[in-house]
Design a protein around this ligand. Sequence first.
Ligand code: ADP
Ligand code: ZN
Ligand code: ZN
Length: 747
Amino acid sequence: MPGLFQESQAPEPHGSPGPVVRVAVNVNVWGQYDYLWGPQMPPPQRGMRVKVPFGPSGRTTWAFVTQIDPPVGNHKLKYVLQCVEETPQLDDQLWRLGLWIARYYLTPLGMVLAAMVPSAVGQREPRTRKIAYLRSQKADWPGKLGSKQRAVLDELLQARKQGVEGLSVEQLRDNSQAGADTISRLARRELIEIKTRKVTLEDLHEQIESDPFDLNEDQVRAFEELKPRLDGGFSATVLHGVTGSGKTEVYIRAIRKVIDQGKQAILLVPEIALATQTLARLLRRLPRVAVLHSGLTDAERDFHWRQIRQGNASVVVGPRSAVFAPTPKLGLIIVDEEHEGSYKQDTAPRYHGRDVAVMRASLAKAPVLLGSATPSMETWRNVQAGRYDCLKLARRVRSLPMPKLEVVSLRGEMERGKIELIGRTMTQRIAHTLEKGQQAILLMNRRGYASYVFCPSCEWTLACEDCTRTMVFHQATQLAMCHYCNRTASLPDACPACGGKILLFGMGIQRIEGELARKFPMARSARMDSDTMTTPGQFQKVFEDFGSGEIDILLGTQMVAKGLDFPKVTLVGVLSADTSLAIPDFRASERTFQLTVQVAGRAGRGDAPGNVIVQTLHPQEPSIRFAIEHDYEGFAAWELPAREEVGLPPCKRMIRFVARHRDGNKAQEGAAELSARLRTILSGQNVDIWGPQPAGVLKIRGQFRFQVLLLEAEAGVVQSRLYPQFARLLRGISAEILADVDPMALI
Ligand code: ADP
Ligand code: ZN
Ligand code: ZN
């Protein structure tokens, strides 16, 4: 491999050995380790990525150089195996961001740095393209030229007449039907010349589209207020705009202003938005857009990374990890739909993309813009405390009305003895919508066919053997599945406890799908959930079909709530607002409110007004009442004091420790020991310690889980105390301990 320096074996010690380096390995260990640096390798620098043998097995692992020539003892050191680059991928700013993440999120530095630099980058030659240039006048062309050769020359001449000098060899071959040998023959005859040049983002772009409309009055006001902040210096601003208020348009203008100053912008979006129109719109409207997401091949990722790092990309779009894009001239970070839970990573490092964005902006002395129709309580509290400014877009674009929401009580809707999930009102409205040739989006936030496989006579319920959770029946496979560990089980013929008859009950999306097909046999519908959507291409296909009217009804889990903009959607149905209320988590109300407002926001974005039907067993639930009224501030004024009273985030900051073990006693003992140590270390501090207590789900994948919760008044204070002694804190504890700072879920 190019650019890769290898010491296959410890070199013979001719003269002096290389320097010693200290590295942070990408392994869940708290120490850093020393290695010898091979004399064949380029000089070591802090932040360089290397491969080292690690642990008793000597397994090769990635590591990052943290220190050169540290004080070492006289024990025997191993050699660094490879150094993959001559200069570190992370500049000083990103390095400092990495250190902050390690401390704040209580994660070993090597794991943090490895998450910041995709392993695929910097390990191959940059992509190149061969370009053919015309090196002769038509008058000089020899009389006897093969027809293929003539076709190639004509093609280049034609391009020149249109003001284009040089065509890529691929394009030339496509257009002229000539083979590679024809082209090289022309080059040998010096009629054309072939040059190799690196591919850049410019090569991927067609023409930039001009603005389709002027900003409206509200957008202008927001943009004018934002403008001075775009000149530089750290600031945090919330763009609180109702659904359909045109936030994306404000982002585009802000990004453009930053590009005009020769700087780069990062736009973070929830993962799904990458498959949707947001990205397509940006790509058409802005120059040199780089993308970084999980759907890229290694070669593509490497290409975009390079373009960003060389300063050529003007905008980077991607999910949470794009916050680590190596932009040398960062001028703005935007976090779209900042309330989205998917910004939090659920494996180590368990960072929150939005919060890291704010920290990065402050290190870069750049502004950060957080957009949402339903800002998170964390962000709203920062607005109220005056730490963030807030700009509002209170109305939809083109004076479109907000969709009208109506709550129907599921109890009243069900006919006696018949369990139907699409109630009477909902059925009528769907029929009506289809008659008018309009489209509907239905939200059912639970996968599978039915929630429970259970016995009505003895109340036995089919549960996962590895997790303390009921399993969910899936129609397609005819199997019950555990949504925590994906274990499957077949349905028993009879109740294993009493031999009675088994019943399927509950409301999962597959069951709705069946009901929909029965009630509207002529309608074309598509289902969108994590069981049907496994690749980005599948999303794209459904979005295209829905956009072109091939599909009448789009049925989905929360995926359909996010950012879709289809003008023919006039009906949105929330089949059960209760599913998100039932999660055992202090954010259940907030999620229910957000989900309802967000999915309702998909209705009425075209000329016909939108209607939303919300089915629920709890029509008086405040989070649903506030959502119906589009009353975000009312919701916040009800929710925040409730959290304040109990001392929950965002009023306090939470750190969650989970002790895991296959043996339930060991897990519990581990949590108890940890909690005792924490109480000692943190005594006299302003910290509440809750637990040990069973985690929201006691057992997952065969491991028992107990948690200890710390609640601190000020962010980061506990971490700065715990981080330096974390290894010691965990030493000898019988269970595996995970730390999750600012957890998004307590399952
Ligand atoms: P949001 O993200 O706030 O829900 P979008 O940015 O998706 O809203 O905009 C909603 C729709 O309004 C889009 O189709 C967009 O093209 C259109 N739009 C945005 N700004 C304007 C404007 N000033 N005039 C007319 N249409 C607009
Ligand atoms: Zn039974
Ligand atoms: Zn399970």
